[in-house]
Design a protein around this ligand. Structure first.
Ligand code: IPE
Ligand code: IPE
Ligand code: MG
Length: 253
């Protein structure tokens, strides 16, 4: 077994190591979808669904700790979500601010590093400032919660390309220097390992512009559960499914 595989937790599955410890993803990413439908089914406003979605996120963060997941990345707001009605967008921005203000002490106490990936410059300035403050306060912690806000996979790759082009124009790099490692190094959180498992809730089976570069060899798990209803059983089922996957990464079986 290669040492690098060992560190990343991608140990080949066989009866022996499954019996000792199910293989947990090091990096779990979640497309938290279905908040609106959850609220509408209850005759409530969509924002009530987003609020319930925050509670679901808190529960999942706890379960990640139990399961040994080191990085949890959650898709909270896409570059396309700016197209939604103004009151939903402003309600979501307020919800992100409240989440950060209410949870910052807990995150510090639990030693969880908080960071945001996405076009931070698009966010209300107070929210961007709160994010920067909490990112700084928690920068030294090992476990991580990564919030994808105003995030688009294409935007992330375009932003990386723009920075590389600027470096080339300034003579810092040559076109021949551009390779996968260089592009990867200009992404929003270049130090993170790629997501091992991506879960999407609410029955939709699409990527919706999430982690396009990083998902090259991710495993996928889809569940019909709406995000606010996502339960411990759903979480355990996703991780159990992941533990059976044969991650060949283009190699042979
Ligand atoms: C996901 O829930 C959260 C965001 C996109 C902000 P939705 O708001 O997309 O809920 P549905 O898919 O309409 O039910
Ligand atoms: C993806 O969900 C974005 C988030 C969960 C934040 P959407 O609800 O925006 O995606 P589509 O429109 O169903 O593809
Ligand atoms: Mg949706």
């Amino acid at each position: 077994m290669a040492k690098e595989d060992d560190i990343r937790g991608n140990v080949p599955v066989n009866a022996e190591n499954l019996a000792v410890r199910p293989v947990a993803p090091v990096h779990l990413a979640v497309i938290m979808d279905g908040n609106g439908r959850w609220a509408i089914a209850r005759g409530r406003k969509r924002l009530a669904g987003h609020r319930a979605g925050v509670d679901a996120l808190e529960r999942v963060l706890e379960w990640c700790k139990d399961a040994g997941v080191k990085v949890l990345t959650v898709y909270a707001f896409s570059t396309e979500n700016w197209k939604r009605p103004k009151d939903e967008v402003s309600g979501l921005m307020k919800l992100f601010s409240t989440f950060i203000r209410m949870k910052s002490r807990k995150l510090v106490h639990e030693r969880i590093r908080f960071r945001v990936i996405g076009r931070i410059d698009d966010l209300p300035p107070e929210l961007a400032a709160d994010i920067a403050k909490l990112e700084k306060e928690t920068a030294s912690f090992e476990r991580q919660l990564v919030l994808a806000v105003s995030y688009g996979g294409r935007a992330e790759i375009a932003d990386a390309a723009r920075r590389i082009a600027a470096d080339a124009a300034a003579g810092k790099i040559r076109p021949d220097d551009v390779d996968e490692a260089l592009v990867g190094s200009r992404l929003y959180a270049p130090d993170l390992p790629d997501p091992d498992l991506i879960i999407r809730t609410s029955g939709e089976q699409r990527i919706s512009n999430f982690l396009l570069w990083e998902c090259a060899y991710s495993e996928f798990y889809f569940t019909d559960a709406l995000w606010p209803d996502f339960s411990r059983e759903d979480f355990d089922a996703a991780l159990a499914s992941y533990a059976t996957r044969d991650r060949r990464r283009g190699g042979h079986a």
